[in-house]
Design a protein around this ligand. Sequence first.
Ligand code: ATP
Length: 665
Amino acid sequence: MQVNIATPILQRHPNTTGACAEAEDFSRLIAQSHARSTDYGICSRDEADYSTHGHSSLLAALDENRFLFQHAAPVMESLYAQIVNTHSVVLLTAANGLVLHSLGDPDFLDTASKVALMPGVEWSEKSKGTNAIGTALHEKRPLLIAGGQHFMNANQSLTCSCAPIFDPHGQVIGALDVTSDHRRSHLHTLALVRMSGQMIENHMFTETFSGELCIRFHARPEFLGTLVEGIVVFSPDGRFLSANRSAQFQIGLTLESLRAHTFSSLFGIPISRLHEIFGRTVTQPHQLNLFSGLSVWCQVKMKPVGQWLQGLDMSSAPASASSKAQADTATKRKLQLSSLRYLDTGDPQISAVIRKLCMVRNHDIPIMILGETGTGKDLMAQAIHSDSARAGQPFVSVNCASIPETLIESELFGYEEGAFTGARKKGATGKIQQAHGGTLFLDEIGDMPRQLQARLLRVLQDRKVSPLGASKEVEVDVSIICATNKNLKAMIAQGAFREDLYYRLNGLVVRLPALRERSDFELVAQRILGTLCSKKPTIGLTAEVMSLFKNYSWPGNFRQLHNLLRTAVVMAGCDGRIDTLHLPDDFLEEVAQMPMAEPVDSPIANPAMVAMDNDAGNLHDVTLAAMAQTLRLHKGNVSTTAKALGVSRNTIYRKKDLLPPDIWG
Ligand SMILES: Nc1ncnc2c1ncn2[C@@H]1O[C@H](COP(=O)(O)OP(=O)(O)OP(=O)(O)O)[C@@H](O)[C@H]1O
């Protein structure tokens, strides 16, 4: 087979200098990969195996790689936005080369290879021979594999740029790849892919070590806060925990070698001097010298002095294997318990909501959760609290709809002894005060009586509460989350809800999708079954039941699904399979009366399109008009527009050139 060795590798390897050495290095790498491919028993003339791993394996892989997926998905969107219309596909794979997610339009490929760029197909070297994904994962370095450099003839129409992705502990957990037709390849694509991979790694790194002492540095101050800054984290007593790839590069040591270091051995000063030098919890850049003599600008994020000193052990002993293991275990435990992440089960709308919530975490921005009844607003509020710095403090929930109007004032604000007839002898602390230091969750805020809305507004503005009958106000420090299934804007228009209160509460508004809108139904149902049968559940749903469930509208959302499954599990037993005979008659009757589901791209499935079709007549024009209108409504956001119209994002991207340019966000 002809191997093209002229294509330069776009990565400067630490042990080589100059383009010649790089080309030699690369041709050796390709030759070794081809030899491995032969050893795996692959023949270059074989027909490529494009079979998928199956839907349930893919779901399990998505669940297992949720941390990676959650951080990679938004980066993939922006990477794709940069290469849209270049006949390319963006792929995310797990560490074994299994494609987890793809963005883009493989229409440029012939039918067989089109299928290969889909979730569920494995691109390891063992399965496809030399290819960018499998070989980059094997070599643990970014690679561009073009046309004839692929081992199998079947893949030689492709050019692929791939960067492996490392987790915050230096393990390869997946790969990011852009694949295009080999005649349309661009050398700069690999640089884009590498930068995007680095972005994903930095996001994961920062989130994993959010509570640790974090030093960001670069030799040039203008690079602080950019993708290329080094990030290194230490425990409060100065033991090295981890460093991102840029930090390893700048310091000139691998993660393994860095583990023998402490803060003081790396930066040449005792950790106890950090507060003296930097003074505040988030600092201005300051110059320090690395042990190699290189002077770098540093920005430090650390806990306030009191908390800091509590954890400070001045011994600064080097990190032992056991301390690393402890740090790893603590990080893993934190990841497992992070309940926002637990709720992120793969639906893109929910992932987007969780991403936004993570961005505002710990900024005490009031959060408003919208959604139909039973969509998990309460659960989400608890997850926000337990993932925040206020997690150890109270989470106090007030259901404004369930407390009688006459009692809601005293419930919320509390009262002093003898404040009113029937008051308790010693008075009572109101819910707002009970939440001091923690989070106050105002559920069904749309049902708050109008005269109390003004009092609540004052509390939010002044951060003080005055219990009934009290002469003094009490200061309160609470983070506010509210939820409603009502249309507050319509209520404002009708004078039933105060506009000023609305704008106090809506720091970040998130909408939870209804169950029928979610794409992760199977995983969610399996999770609920898991909670209902705690001891090694083997229970599942028959294909017929799953199909019924997927086509049902679920007006009661999770609550309804939960109740239905609870009864069904009792009937079927935890080792059985839930069949239609385990479902309640009224549910089956309702399902039987439902109209047949329409294909999602059909105008019949989309009332907006139907309405316009009557007026216009040319379906194509109507479709474009509906897309333009919806894109405007969603401020150019393709994902939410696609969801609203019930079409794929690709359908919208395909029409990009036909839509007015001013509507893109
Ligand atoms: N993502 C989820 N996975 C599994 N079960 C869930 C999920 N979200 C919510 N539930 C379950 O659904 C039920 C209703 O959830 P929750 O009370 O949070 O909904 P809600 O939107 O606040 O409802 P309402 O508007 O009626 O107060 C609860 O039993 C909850 O445990």
